[in-house]
Design a protein around this ligand. Structure first.
Ligand SMILES: Nc1ncnc2c1ncn2[C@@H]1O[C@H](COP(=O)(O)OP(=O)(O)OP(=O)(O)O)[C@@H](O)[C@H]1O
Length: 304
C-alpha cells in the first residue's frame, strides 16, 4: 500500500520536569483503520495524545497528520484532525443543534450544510433540537464526535471513549466507531485500558507501557503468537523433563503441562515423549487470554 498514512508518529519523546515520560514512541495509522492505544494507567497514552493534538510539544520526534508535520505545518496538520481528549466541551443549556452551530461559526471553512451531515453520521437526528442537559452520556459523546467531525478530518482521536458508559452504551459506541471508520474512510485512534474493548473495536493495537510501545499488530496476530499447547501426559515429571529439553515448559492446572505452540516441531516432541515411555493422553491448543497476552508482552505488568 502506497497511500499517505493518516497519522505518522515517529520516535516521539517527552521529558517533563527532568523525567523521561515518553521514550521513543512510533506508530502509523492507515486510512480507515481503528487503531487501539492500549496500556495501563500511567503508561503514557494521554501524554502521547496531548502531543499529537498539539496541547503540549514533544521533546523530540515527528508527528504528521495527513502528511502534514505538526511542528512545521501546524494549521494544515490540525485541519486533518478531530479529537475529543478531555470531556467534550458542550453547553448543556443549548440544544445539540445550537452547540454545533456555535462550533461551525468558529471555523469559517465549515459550510452550514455540514451540520446535517455530521448529525446524520452520529445518528442524532431525532434529538438534535433537545437541550444537551437532557442527553444521556452516550448521546453527549456522539454530539462531541459530531463536533469533532465538522471539519471533515482524516484522523479522529478519542481518549477512553467508553469511560462511564453502561454495557449497552459501550457496545453501541464500539459499533458506531467501527462504522464511522469504514463508511467515512476515517482513521480513529482510540486509547483504552480495556483489553476486551480494544479487541472488539480495533483493527490493530499498540501496546504501550512505561512510555514505550512494546508491540504493534492486530490483536488476533498477537494472540496467535502466544498460542499454547496443553499436554496431558503420564508420568508428568518424565514428560516435563523430556519437553524441557526442547522448549520452555510450565505446569498448568490439573496436572497438565503447557508449552508454546510450535507446529513444525510438535510431532517431533510427541515422538520423543512416546519413545521415552510417556503416555500422551491429550494435546490441544489454546489461545492465551488477553490478560495473559498483556502480561507476556509487558513482562509482568498488569493492565490495572
Ligand atoms: N505534567 C506532568 N508532570 C509530571 N508528570 C506527568 C505529567 N503528565 C504526565 N505525567 C506522568 O507521566 C506518566 C504518563 O501519564 P499519562 O497520563 O500519559 O498516562 P496514561 O497512559 O494516559 O494513563 P491514564 O489512563 O492514567 O491517564 C505518568 O507517570 C504521569 O504521572
Amino acid at each position: 500500500m502506497s497511500q499517505t498514512p493518516a497519522l505518522e508518529v515517529e520516535n516521539l519523546t517527552k521529558k517533563i520536569k527532568g523525567k523521561q515520560i515518553i521514550k521513543g514512541v512510533s506508530f502509523t495509522l492507515v486510512p480507515g483503520e481503528v487503531f487501539g492505544f492500549l496500556g495501563p494507567n500511567g503508561a503514557g497514552k494521554t501524554t502521547t495524545i496531548r502531543m499529537i493534538v498539539g496541547l503540549i510539544s514533544p521533546t523530540s520526534g515527528t508527528i504528521k497528520i495527513g502528511g502534514k508535520n505538526v511542528r512545521t505545518e501546524f494549521t494544515e496538520a490540525m485541519k486533518h484532525l478531530g479529537c475529543i481528549v478531555e470531556n467534550p466541551e458542550l453547553y448543556p443549556y443549548l440544544t445539540g443543534w445550537e452547540n454545533l452551530v456555535h462550533f461551525q461559526k468558529m471555523d469559517s471553512s465549515i459550510p452550514k450544510t455540514r451540520l446535517n451531515e455530521v448529525i446524520e453520521l452520529v445518528g442524532l437526528q431525532n434529538r438534535i433540537h433537545d437541550r444537551v442537559s437532557t442527553y444521556s452520556l452516550g448521546m453527549r459523546q456522539r454530539l462531541g464526535i459530531a463536533q469533532a467531525l465538522l471539519g471533515k478530518p482524516k484522523v479522529l482521536i478519542l481518549d477512553e471513549p467508553t469511560n462511564g458508559l453502561d454495557p449497552a452504551g459501550i457496545r453501541e459506541m464500539r459499533e458506531f466507531i467501527r462504522q464511522l471508520a469504514r463508511e467515512e474512510n476515517l482513521s480513529v485512534l482510540v486509547s483504552s485500558h480495556l483489553l476486551s474493548e480494544i479487541q472488539l473495536m480495533c483493527d490493530r493495537v499498540a501496546i504501550i507501557s512505561k512510555g514505550t510501545v512494546l508491540r504493534t499488530d492486530s490483536v488476533d496476530n498477537l494472540l496467535a503468537e502466544q498460542e499454547r499447547v496443553i499436554w496431558r501426559a503420564e508420568p508428568i515429571p518424565l514428560a516435563k523433563e523430556i519437553l524441557s529439553m526442547e522448549t520452555e515448559v510450565t505446569e498448568g492446572p490439573d496436572g497438565t503441562l503447557i508449552t508454546l505452540y510450535n507446529e513444525p516441531l510438535l510431532p517431533d516432541w510427541n515422538e520423543k515423549l512416546v519413545k521415552a515411555g510417556v503416555k500422551v493422553k491429550e494435546m490441544r491448543t489454546q489461545l492465551p487470554s488477553l490478560e495473559d497476552l498483556f502480561l507476556e508482552v509487558t513482562g509482568g505488568e498488569s493492565i490495572d
